[in-house]
Design a protein around this ligand. Structure first.
Ligand code: UFG
Length: 324
């Protein structure tokens, strides 16, 4: 079986993807500096603790481990933090990627799946959003992902590096049976924060109830992290079979409002979520829903856990089991 190097494999989506890769018989080696990821997400023998800036060491690992392809997650992901620390975000997300791509060139590895985001579209003109929508990021985080996508387009032409960029919508849920789930510090995402509000009794602030949506709260496309993980394996198979570079949206095509998600958490937990209303959060578009038909048509991927109740149940089980 091919050997896959996963950067950021100790993080949320990365660890779930490593789990699915291993389930499918792939040999996996993880590179993570553990600045945002967790050692407990990776079997010790699989982990190389290393920063992406270490180009020669990365190349050495790729040659020594006979790596066939790379799945690249390692990046900072917080939109708010990216506005406060733009240099850090460009340096880590773009600089780190450049170092990785240089190492791949040195080691002769020419296949890559890249963790991109719906944030490359900013505030879209219409939803559901197709891949042909223009780049229009409204955050440093989104811009850093656009930059890497553009670099990859050049490296395809100049270096023969074949890549698939997967633009995720709202990743959520957990493979709680495997001990994997969402863990960010600080946490900024809706579902873990709703669960935390129940656990701590401290109200969550809901950002805005005056959006032009049916209940006034923002609508997002919540996709189960295991469906995302499978999308990476599908993209890898496509590249390993000789596929050309491409980019795909990765979502369910169905939107849920903040209040709908809150009600789902209340229903699954049997508890009330304490909340207060706050102002709109800067850069939050009213509605983000994916048109993922290209990924379905071209690579044959389809979400298997698209129901919100299933997604929330898995997140709830992961969190409550952990705090048992
Ligand atoms: N929300 C609240 N209160 C909170 C946190 C979130 O009301 O405390 C709301 C947000 O305003 C938004 C929805 O819940 O309407 C979802 O917010 P998240 O922060 O969970 O997710 P985002 O849609 O902001 O961001 C996600 C990814 C980003 C990515 C973006 C792309 O986390 O990395 O999708 O659209 F950039």
């Amino acid at each position: 079986m091919p050997k896959i190097l996963v950067t950021g494999g100790a993080g949320y989506i990365g660890s779930h993807t490593c789990h699915v890769l291993a389930e499918n018989g792939y040999d996996v080696v993880v590179v993570d500096n553990l600045s945002r990821g967790y050692q407990h997400n990776v079997p010790r023998e699989r982990l190389r603790v290393l920063s992406l800036s270490e180009t020669s060491e990365l190349a050495r690992i790729m040659v020594e481990e006979r790596v066939d392809a790379v799945v690249h997650f390692a990046a900072y992901i917080a939109v708010g933090e990216s506005a406060a620390e733009p240099e850090l975000y460009f340096s880590n997300n773009v600089g780190g990627s450049l170092s990785l791509f240089a190492a791949m060139h040195e080691a002769g590895v020419r296949k890559l799946v890249f963790s991109s985001t719906a944030a490359v579209y900013g505030t879209p003109e219409s939803v559901p959003i197709p891949e042909s929508a223009p780049y229009a990021p409204v955050s440093v985080y989104g811009e850093s992902k656009v930059m890497v996508e553009k670099i990859l387009a050049w490296l395809d032409e100049l270096r023969g590096l074949r890549s698939v960029c997967l633009r995720y919508f709202n990743a959520c849920g957990a493979a709680w049976q495997a001990g994997l789930g969402e863990e960010h510090e600080p946490e900024t995402h809706l579902i873990p924060l709703l669960i935390r509000a129940i656990e701590t009794g401290k109200p969550i602030t809901l950002f805005g109830n005056d959006y032009p949506t049916p209940d006034g709260t923002c609508i997002r496309d919540y996709i189960h992290v295991m469906d995302l993980a499978r999308a990476h394996v599908t993209a890898l198979e496509y590249l390993l079979a000789g596929g050309t570079s491409d980019r795909f949206n990765c979502g369910t095509g169905k939107g849920h409002s903040v209040l709908e998600v809150l009600r789902a958490v209340e229903e699954i937990s049997g508890r009330k979520v304490p909340y207060v209303w706050g102002a709109r959060r800067a850069g939050d578009p009213a509605e983000l829903v994916a048109n993922s038909s290209r990924l379905q048509r071209k690579l044959g991927w389809a979400p298997q856990n698209a129901e919100l109740t299933g997604i929330v149940t898995s997140a709830w089980k992961y969190t409550t089991r952990r705090s048992d």
